[in-house]
Write a protein of this length. Structure first.
Length: 172
């Protein structure tokens, strides 16, 4: 069982809490520019695996690339059920699915069912916030670095991603 989603990473970045001396008002960087990229991510919490791509665009072509990346990461001889939202580029009949992947669409307006939403929070809180990006290359590099840092933490993927309702009856 895999969960998939995408997030915008860009120059209009979030600001998070930071430690500072009591009574002080620390400065945090802010950017007024609008350049951004998209981080396509999928996790398999049961195995602690992840498959992701950082791309400068989103749409059917991006989703097709991500489907192939997920397919490449599925264990040999296994079949992946990929749970995802109903974005237009997810539901289009133009997607060509590999034999080892089936798509299962989550209910509309129910992001709480997709643990990848929590992955985005984790990436932003740990590696992407409080940053001023120089341009699209810097954004993509930062997104790739954050994703690769996550991939190196399979127990964190399990901790954030496991949902009891999705793994009932499975050996974990």
């Amino acid at each position: 069982m895999w969960f998939q989603d995408e997030a915008r990473i860009g120059q209009k970045n979030g600001i998070v809490r930071q430690w500072a001396k009591q009574g002080s008002r620390p400065r945090q960087p802010a950017d007024q520019r609008y350049e951004n990229a998209w981080l396509f991510g999928a996790i398999c919490p049961a195995r602690g695996k992840a498959a992701g791509l950082a791309l400068p665009f989103t749409g059917t072509a991006s989703m097709q690339l991500h489907i192939h990346e997920i397919s490449r990461c599925v264990a040999r001889g296994a079949h992946a059920a990929v749970l995802l939202d109903r974005a237009g580029w997810h539901t289009t009949p133009k997607l060509k699915l590999p034999r080892n992947i089936s798509l299962i669409f989550l209910p509309s307006r129910a992001p709480e069912l997709n643990p990848v939403e929590n992955i985005w929070q984790f990436l932003r809180a740990n590696w992407l916030s409080n940053t001023v990006f120089d341009g699209i290359e810097h954004i993509i590099d930062a997104a790739c670095t954050a994703w690769n840092n996550l991939v190196a933490l399979p127990n964190t993927i399990r901790s954030i991603g496991l949902r009891q309702w999705a793994h009932t009856g499975q050996k974990l």
